[in-house]
Ligand binder design. Structure first.
Ligand code: NDP
Length: 273
């Protein structure tokens, strides 16, 4: 019987996940379907249960349900525990298992697709929401020289720093507000705020970009105000989050099917469209 998977979100019509997983399934000869399910804001658990009862094998979870998915999972991977957010649920007779593939997706995009070696680099991560939480541990595992967290509400970045310091394993980790970045320089600046959704850029001090630096916006599909400002401030390279999206999807696919799809043709296809 054909196995069924889905992405659950609100909104979800814009999601590229059905297209991505359809190509993965074709490339790896997997007998499966993947659909988009719109759940009402208070209806995530019901939507999951209905899909499970109809024979669903797993779901991806997007805005605004990643915390609900964390709560629903009976067991969770260490990276989901660290992020306190879940974007991949797998159903089995043992129950619902939660994982978070966002961080792996970001690291795969930065290192494989964009060719960066993050070890020893100065990384600035902007934002302290679900996306930032999801990528923090995988970023620390790449052994940067320093990982600096900065958020509009500085207290949240300080709290994240305190929460992740025990996991830093020798890497320097800092947390604070945007103004505290004055006079600093970074090799990689990652925008994990949702400012781009409203065509805004985080209000950053000038001079943050070192020579050969990369500005990366997790938002995809357009040249955001953050990327425009980064270019004006001297960032050598710009990247959006489309690669992260495809790579996190590939990791979810691997968790479900035990096969790793080639992401290059999928990324090329999406860039063309
Ligand atoms: P959350 O709502 O959890 O967090 C929002 C964050 O953005 C907060 O830190 C908030 O700061 C900050 N913020 C919002 N507006 C502004 C602004 N105008 N200036 C500065 N900071 C601002 O969102 P998520 O963490 O879930 O998502 C963040 C982004 O990452 C979204 O654009 C999402 O689409 C993208 N994303 C992309 C993925 C991919 O695969 N490419 C995967 C996951 C997420 P404060 O705390 O001060 O309010």
């Amino acid at each position: 019987m054909t196995d069924r998977y889905a992405v659950i979100g609100n909104p979800v019509a814009h999601s590229k996940s059905p297209q991505i997983h359809a190509v993965f399934a074709e490339l790896t000869l997997q007998d499966m379907t993947y659909e988009a399910i719109l759940a009402p804001p208070d209806g995530f658990t019901q939507a999951v249960r209905t899909f499970m009862a109809a024979g669903g094998r797993g779901v991806n979870v997007t805005v605004p349900f990643k915390l609900d998915a964390y709560a629903l999972a009976a067991t969770r991977s260490p990276r989901a525990e660290a992020a306190r957010a879940v974007n991949t649920l797998t159903f089995s007779p043992r129950g619902i298992h939660g994982d978070n593939t966002d961080g792996v997706g970001l690291i795969a995009d930065l290192t494989r697709n964009l060719g960066l070696d993050l070890a020893g680099r100065r990384i600035l991560l902007l934002g302290a929401g679900g996306a930032a939480r999801g990528v923090l541990l995988p970023l620390l595992e790449t052994k940067p020289a320093v990982l600096t967290l900065a958020n509009r509400m500085a207290e949240k970045a300080r709290a994240l720093k305190a929460a992740f310091e025990p996991l830093a394993d020798g890497c320097a980790i800092e947390g604070g507000g945007f103004a505290e970045l004055a006079g600093r320089q970074f090799d990689v600046v990652i925008n994990a705020t949702s400012a781009s959704l409203s065509d805004e850029a985080p209000l950053l001090p000038a001079g943050l970009y070192a020579a050969d630096s990369l500005a990366y916006d997790m938002m995809y599909g357009k040249t955001t105000a953050f990327l425009v400002a980064a270019r004006a401030q001297g960032a050598a390279r710009l990247a959006d989050g489309l690669g992260m999206l495809v790579e996190q999807a590939a990791e979810s696919f691997f968790l479900w099917r035990g096969v790793r799809p080639d992401t290059v043709p999928v990324l090329e296809l999406l860039r063309k469209s």
